[in-house]
Design a protein around this ligand. Structure first.
Ligand code: PLP
Length: 395
């Protein structure tokens, strides 16, 4: 298989991640925070070490705490539901947001009467900063949510600029770093984020099951998911301080051991350079494919991560993905990529979304050459051999 779906999860993981996961599960696999014995203390110490590694990764030491969660979706829900809203409060979202942000907000529209407003885009689909400033002035933001990198076009959004403006009105700023932490050179203070969510299994090259939040010191959130965490267990209320307030349930120490290994590995590689090189090669080669439509980041230095979407005129996105899989063993994702709003701007209704190509550290130019050859030979007749359900897709 040629795997070009790293936006969904990076695969494969570095060899040392598999090794660390196996070793921890086999020899240290006890529950952290649940026992005073040596192995439990070691698991606790590992969690602390990994949190410190994450803080160092984006220069957040002395500035933020880490709260671990099982997924970035849960982390984002915890922030969105941890704020105190009044009816009519305005929440701004970039049009590039993922359903992990949009759906919790949609519930709050119904339950709490908040208003969700999309940040404006220019013609090239970059965020219109001037217009944003005017909108914030007219309707002050309570919360501003932005993804750091679009999982549809690879656009690196100007979150720092938007959050700086939002802070003039005392807004809470939430950065979704699912496609960014580990890939972009991030300086936490410069993001102006109150909370930054990360996903272990994506650009951090760790296994599924570990994600979390960087929470700026001094920022408070109400508890959303509560339960046991081994701290002051005689008390029915959660501990009052962050991160303990936000962490409940047994932690996935096996996944955290994998994250420790991937964070070590990331110190010796340059994923941004890799993705930039592959993406510019891809864009050059895509321009030779007949009937292609390319959806990429707006032009600009440092704007484009290793995610690009395409369509082929005359085909629905899912049809192309099904053919690539069936005939060429090339794995891409087709559809809306759980980021519904941006597709209105990409104007791709006739295609039912896009075909997404997303790179990781283990892709090569040869993978791209094979993809281009396959795209040039795409033939509708092949669809006859493929199960209808697969062609319809589900996202
Ligand atoms: N945010 C972005 C930008 C994503 O790309 C994704 C996953 O694709 C998520 C959030 C949600 O991640 P998960 O399903 O791992 O919780």
């Amino acid at each position: 298989m040629i795997y070009l779906d790293n936006g969904a999860t990076t695969f494969p993981k570095p060899e040392i991640v598999y090794h660390a996961v196996d070793e921890f599960a086999r020899y240290n696999g006890v529950n952290a925070g649940r026992g005073a014995y040596k192995a439990a203390r070691e698991a606790n110490a590992m969690i602390k070490k990994v949190k410190n590694m994450l803080l160092s990764l984006i220069d957040a030491r002395e500035q933020a705490e880490i709260a671990f969660t099982p997924s970035v979706t849960i982390a984002l829900n915890m922030v969105i539901n941890g704020l105190d809203y009044e009816s009519g409060d305005v929440v701004y979202v970039s049009p590039y947001e993922h359903n992990a942000v949009l759906r919790p907000l949609h519930l709050l529209v119904k339950r709490r009467g908040i208003k969700v407003v999309e940040l404006p885009l220019k013609d090239d689909l970059s965020i219109d900063l001037e217009h944003t400033a005017v909108m914030f002035q007219n309707e002050h933001p309570k919360l501003v949510c932005m993804t750091a990198v679009s999982n549809v076009t690879g656009y690196v959004l100007p979150a720092g600029e938007v959050f700086t403006m939002a802070k003039e009105y005392g807004a809470f700023t939430l950065l979704d770093g699912a496609q960014a932490v580990g890939l972009l050179k991030i300086n936490f203070a410069k993001t102006k984020a109150d909370a930054l969510a990360f996903a272990g299994h994506k650009t951090l090259y760790a296994p599924f099951g570990i994600a979390g939040l960087y929470i700026k010191n001094g920022v408070d959130l109400a508890e959303f998911i509560v339960g046991g965490n081994g701290i002051k267990a005689e008390n029915p209320a959660m501990p009052s301080y962050i991160p303990a307030k936000l962490e409940s349930g047994s932690m996935d120490c096996v996944a955290i051991a994998g994250l420790a290994a991937s964070l070590d590995w990331l110190k010796g590689v340059n994923p941004w350079q890799q993705e930039e090189g592959l993406t510019s090669y891809l864009l050059g080669r895509l321009s030779t494919v007949p009937d292609i439509i390319i959806y990429k980041a707006p032009d600009g230095a440092g704007n484009q991560a290793g995610v690009v979407s395409i369509n082929i005129k005359g085909f629905r996105a899912n049809e192309v993905a099904a053919i690539l899989d069936y005939k060429y063993d090339i794995a891409v994702r087709a559809g809306h990529h759980c980021a519904g709003r941006i597709h209105h701007h990409l104007n791709n209704k006739a295609y039912d979304g896009t075909i997404r190509i997303s790179f990781g550290m283990f892709n090569t130019r040869r993978d791209i050459d094979k993809l281009i050859d396959a795209l040039k030979q795409i033939d509708r007749k092949i669809l006859k051999n493929i199960d209808d359900e697969i062609i319809r897709g589900n996202c």
